[in-house]
Design a protein around this ligand. Structure first.
Ligand code: UGA
Length: 464
């Protein structure tokens, strides 16, 4: 190899290697939920061998023991493989010895859950427990503390005050707010090919560690947005709430199309072609589910209320969403009236709140199954990944091994999740299996023309 190339390679590895003087940085992530686990795994994966050691930490020892063996507790496409790869590369580790690992860490992410409290506000108790534990254990000087959990606007400032009061004053702690924008089902791509990385801090001097850590993503031209702590926290809420507004808006347009006879798919295409609006998040459905959009709309309403602000648009989006959740059930009732539902066999295809996840939190399937149970319908369900979770809520409905088993003798089918396999069912076979001919397609993924040729009664959302 020519000497110049050797010098350049050495310089490149020196510059891209994390740490000034240190050959290896230790990063720890508190919380192995889908954000913590994906973030930790992707951080390990994006760096070259021996440049970082990423520790994912959790108080749940069972979970940690499984993760050490590469067993991932959630269904997230590609995550198990990436975890196993980075365990083998000796870049990714798991531990429940939180204080010991934090003490050796240069960068600590707090990525624990911030669920909705019974009054709709944000429950930050896990966060503050993790913060207290972290501050007691920190020993590297300097240490960077990254707030990854979605926290009420203003929490970063409180953390700064907390640290002034409780941390060892001889240690410099850089506080960073670095919200996540990962979707379940595509969380690896959303990390490694993120649209943006938002980094909030109180001073440019706090940025050294975090900039080095994200260097591999910056080299891919992923833009960074540097702000203060409060602005970064606000960007997270503003993003999820804007998505919620967009979804409730298109769902209302779909309901209007149902009345007027317009086709909402074409309406979405037509408005999406306007670059100011864009195509994404314009698919109508059974409302938005999952923990994040629901949690963050309610959370933002509660936060704004504390500041004396009423967010009309968000309030409306939440109300529309509540209404939309039962839209497939209302459509069913147009075909089979309430009294006749007793004893009818209703097949439900899809239980997770969206495709490519086993997460059923705030899935439309839950209120719809409840309604059908009230009416004493017999419910047969199938979902490729989410059935075990649903069994804990509804142990008494019939869980089937395939879609075809679920539709056997059904009077009606309600498709709730846009799993790919539902789109490609053999509908002539479906017709033979069913007792009735009603198909409610709450994701508009089926072909109405093909189904009407097969003599189904088809009802989509905004396309009937
Ligand atoms: C959401 C955000 O999209 C992420 O950017 C964010 O990081 C994440 O919350 C979070 O805060 O952790 P996620 O909850 O995984 O991600 O799911 P989305 O893909 O946003 O879907 C939310 C709901 O909207 C689902 O029920 C989905 O079926 C529905 N949806 C989505 C539609 O009905 N139509 C669409 O066009 C898109």
């Amino acid at each position: 190899m020519n000497i110049l190339v050797k010098v350049l390679l050495f310089l490149y590895s020196f510059i891209s290697c994390l740490g000034c003087g240190a050959s290896q940085y230790t990063v720890s992530i508190m919380g192995t939920g889908y954000v913590g686990l994906t973030t930790g795994t992707c951080l390990a994966d994006m760096h070259r061998n021996d440049t970082v050691r990423v520790y994912c930490l959790d108080i749940d020892s069972n979970k940690i023991e499984n993760l050490k063996k590469g067993i991932v507790p959630i269904y997230e496409p590609g995550l198990s493989e990436l975890v196993q790869k980075n365990i083998a590369r000796k870049m990714l580790f798991f531990s429940d010895e939180i204080a010991e690992v934090v003490a050796q860490s240069d960068i600590i992410f707090i990525a624990v859950g911030t669920p909705t409290a019974p009054d709709g506000s944000v429950d930050t108790s896990y966060f503050y427990n993790a913060l207290e534990q972290t501050i007691k254990a920190i020993s590297r000087n300097p240490t960077t503390l990254v707030l990854k959990s979605t926290l009420p606007i203003g929490t970063g400032r409180k953390v700064v005050e907390y640290i002034k009061k409780h941390a060892d004053p001889s240690i410099t702690i850089h506080i960073i707010s670095n919200p996540e924008f990962l979707r379940e089902g595509t969380s690896i791509k959303d990390t490694l090919e993120a649209d943006r990385i938002v980094i909030g801090s109180t001073s440019p001097q706090d940025l050294e560690h975090i900039q080095k850590l994200y260097q591999p993503l910056f080299q891919k031209n992923i833009p960074a947005l540097y702000t203060d702590l409060t602005t970064a926290e606000t960007i997270k809420y503003a993003s999820n709430n804007f998505l919620a507004l967009k979804l409730s808006y298109i769902n209302e347009m779909a309901n209007l199309c149902d009345k007027t006879g317009a086709n909402v798919k074409d309406v979405a295409k037509g408005i999406g072609l306007d670059k100011r609006i864009g195509h994404s998040f314009l698919k109508p459905g059974p409302g938005f589910g999952g923990s994040c959009l629901i949690k963050d709309t309610l959370g933002l309403l509660a936060i704004a209320k504390q500041w004396g602000i009423f967010l009309n648009t968000v309030e409306a989006a939440v109300a529309t969403n509540e209404y939309q959740k039962l839209m497939p059930y209302r459509k069913l009732k147009k075909c089979i009236n309430s009294k006749e539902l007793s004893g009818k066999i209703i097949a439900i295809l899809g239980l997770s709140f969206k495709a490519n996840t086993d997460d059923i939190r705030y899935s439309a399937a839950i209120p719809i199954i409840k309604k059908l149970q009230e009416k004493k319908a017999h419910i047969q369900v199938f979902d490729p990944k989410a059935m075990e979770h649903m069994k804990r809520i509804f142990p008494d409905i019939t869980y089937c091994n395939t879609s075809y088993e679920a539709i056997k003798n059904a009077d009606a089918v309600i498709l709730l999740t846009e799993w790919r396999e539902f789109k490609y069912l053999d509908f002539s076979k479906v017709k033979q299996f069913m007792r009735g001919a009603i198909i409610i397609d709450s994701r508009n993924i089926l072909d109405p023309l093909k189904l009407s040729k097969l003599k189904f009664f088809y009802s989509g959302i905004g396309i009937s």
